[in-house]
Structure formats: C-alpha cells, structure tokens
Design a binder for this molecule. Structure first.
Ligand code: MG
Length: 384
C-alpha cells in the first residue's frame, strides 16, 4: 500500500452502503486503506471483511463493552474498539458512517467532535441532531461529506459557486407505489414494498422510500447540510432516477447532477473529494436508452409521510427525533406484519401529536425524546 493512501474507517461495513464502500475501495485499489471496520449483528461477514482488508481497528456494536468476542471474530488481529473510538481515532482520516437508524448518531458526533472528514450515509443522525452536529463540525473543523445521492448531487452542483443557492430541488423516484390509489395502498404486502423500482438498498430505507418518509427525512437533512430554509427546498417526483437532485441559483439558472442510480458514485465522490477518480466499474449514461425524463409534484394525500417529515422539520426542536423514532418503530411493525402499510403514517402522526416538544434541545433531551417516541408508538399498537 502506498503511504499516500487515505486512511478510512467504515462503520456499518456489512450493510448495503458499507459493502458498496468496500467495492469502491477494491475498484480504486491502493487509493484508500481501510484501517477500521465496524458492524452490528452480521459478525460472519464482518470477519470475512476483516480477513480481506486487515484493519487495525474492529468494532462490533452487538458486543456490549467487555463481552467476549464471538467465535467468528476470535482469531482476528485488529484491536477491538467501540464505534465512537474508531470514529474519533487519531489515525483515521475519514469515517464512513453507514449504520442505519439511531445507531449512527453517537459515532457521527464522536467523529465530528474529533474534526474528522465524515462521509455520512446515515440521515437519521442529521435529522435528529442536525443543529448540534453542524455546530460541532464548525467548531472542530470537521467536514460532513454527504453520501445520500440527492445531497451528493446538490453538493456537486454547488461546487465552485460563491453565492448561496436560491432553491434546492430534491428528486424522488416516488417508490414502487407511486401510481397506487389510497385503497390499493391499504392492501400492499411487505414483499411489494421491498421492491424498489430503481435503487437497491437496505430494508429500512426501502420502506421509507415507498412511504416517501425517506424524502421527508432528506428535506431535513438538506436543511442542515446546506443551511437552507425549508421554504426553499422543493421535492419533485422524477421516475427515471437519472437526475439525483438540482440547484436553482438567483439568476434562474438550474444545475442538475445525472447518472444511473448507483450508490457507488456518491460513495466514491465522498471518499475522493475534492478529486474525481475514474472507476471502470461505474456505468456511464447511455443517452440512446433514455427516452424521456419526467417530473411531477408529489401527492401528499396518498403519501402523508412526506408532509409529516417536512412539518416536523419546520417545527424543529425534538420533533424530528420523534419523527425518526416513530418511523423506525412503525417500519419494523410493518415488516413484521403487525400493521398495514397505511398505518405507518397514522402511527407516526399520532405520536407526533402527543409529543410535548423542547426547543433547542440538548443531546440528552433528543435521546429522551427518541426513547419516549419509541415507547409511545409501540404502545399504540399494543393497545389494539
Ligand atoms: Mg437518498
């Protein structure tokens, strides 16, 4: 390995984004050295990855503190550390946060406080604690590099611009049910909801894409990443998933970023930034196969999760944390067959209505709101 290789750690290495990050590292051989790998329950794959990349630090969030290593990890050479210690380790230059849900918050904060470059795929961290994370990054000199494809697109469109954008336009595929009626939505199965028309992703984000909650969370994410008021963030349904988002400037000019929907591109851009690197494995657009690019406004009646997301973002305080937690619980309940697809927004809305929000919360208050919302959402179903 050349000494110039960027030293990276990947938290959530066994998930969809984590595995694709390792694909990028393999394809760009020698540019990056994986010195930290961390995962949760999938210890067999973590062990396999550790044997291939030989990281100095290994994290396993399913081990609590001093627990003994599971057999699969017993003979690995790396030092076992917590996700937070890996994220903030002096030897790590860039941390990829690819854990899903609330689990990403604490390592993100640790990395940001340590002034790291943080390639962030976990949107929940910014949604829950965007104000704290962005403030800490400003203070420590840390940098948040978005991996979410829409935010990567906006970031790429903003490159080289000196003035603030007039408007951000987030695109959404609309998910597998974009043409379903309300009655049809009531009957959809878990298997149908897990079939996304254009993206291959983990289960949580796939269901969030089907309800459009994913886009609601992304609006809040964009608000914090680009310091943009909610009134100037728009959502457009774009079925082909070729334009990943757009930026409108004060003179009316609009820039867009286009590519096939492939997460390896935004992952690679975050890893290599400010450089771009050729990657023979990434598909280039074939214009002869693109018949048309279409745009339409989202339907908030059929997809109330988008509205709930934007409203929670505008209200701020602990509302976004409650939104995230209620959504995580509701998605799990749907995946386990305990509620219908259309119950997801109903449960989230009821939990939000019952919440007594705190403005400008501390991290502790955000975490308390998270716990409260999980209990409250679960209880709604138990009471039936
Ligand atoms: Mg996205």
């Amino acid at each position: 390995m050349p000494d110039s290789a960027k030293r990276i750690a990947i938290l959530g290495s066994t998930g969809s984004i984590g595995q694709q990050t390792l694909d990028v590292v393999r394809a760009l051989g020698g540019r990056f050295r994986v010195i930290g790998l961390a995962a949760g329950r999938n210890v067999a794959l973590l062990a396999e990855q550790a044997r291939e990349f030989r990281p100095e630090f290994i994290g396993c969030s399913s081990l609590d503190g001093g627990d003994e290593r599971p057999e699969a990890l017993a003979d690995l050479e790396g030092e076992f550390l917590s996700l937070e210690d890996i994220a903030s380790h002096p030897q790590v230059e860039l941390v990829v946060i690819a854990t899903s849900g609330r689990a990403g918050l604490s390592p993100t904060l640790a990395a940001v406080r340590a002034g790291k470059k943080v390639a962030l795929a976990n949107k929940e961290a910014l949604v829950m604690a965007g104000e704290i994370i962005t403030r800490q990054a400003e203070q420590s000199g840390g940098q948040i590099l978005p991996i979410d494809s829409e935010h990567s697109a906006i970031w790429q469109c903003l490159a080289g611009e000196k003035q603030k954008a007039a408007q951000l336009i987030l695109t959404a595929s609309g998910g597998p049910f974009r043409d379903y009626s309300l009655a049809e939505l009531d009957e959809v199965s878990v298997a149908q909801a897990l079939k996304h028309p254009s993206w291959q992703m983990g289960k949580k984000v796939t269901i969030d894409s089907a309800t459009l909650m994913n886009k609601g969370l992304e609006v809040i994410e964009a608000h914090w990443l680009f310091k943009m008021p909610f009134e100037r963030i728009r959502v457009l349904i774009h079925r082909q998933s070729i334009i990943h988002s757009m930026v409108e400037f004060i003179d009316g000019s609009i820039k867009a970023q286009l590519s096939y929907p492939d997460m390896r591109l935004p992952i690679q851009y975050a890893l290599s930034y400010p450089e771009r690197l050729p990657n023979p494995e990434l598909p280039h657009l074939d214009w002869s196969r693109i018949a048309s690019l279409t745009f339409e406004p989202p339907d908030l009646e059929r997809f109330p999760c988008l509205k709930l997301g934007i409203e929670a973002g505008k209200k701020g305080g602990t509302y976004p944390a409650v939104l995230c937690a209620a959504d995580e619980v509701a998605v799990e309940l749907f995946l386990s067959g305990r509620i219908r697809f259309t119950d997801i927004p109903r449960l989230i809305e009821r939990t939000l209505e019952q919440h007594e929000a705190i403005a400008q919360p501390t991290l502790e208050q955000i975490l308390e709101a998270d716990v409260w919302a999980r209990e409250r959402t679960t209880k709604q179903v138990e009471g039936r």
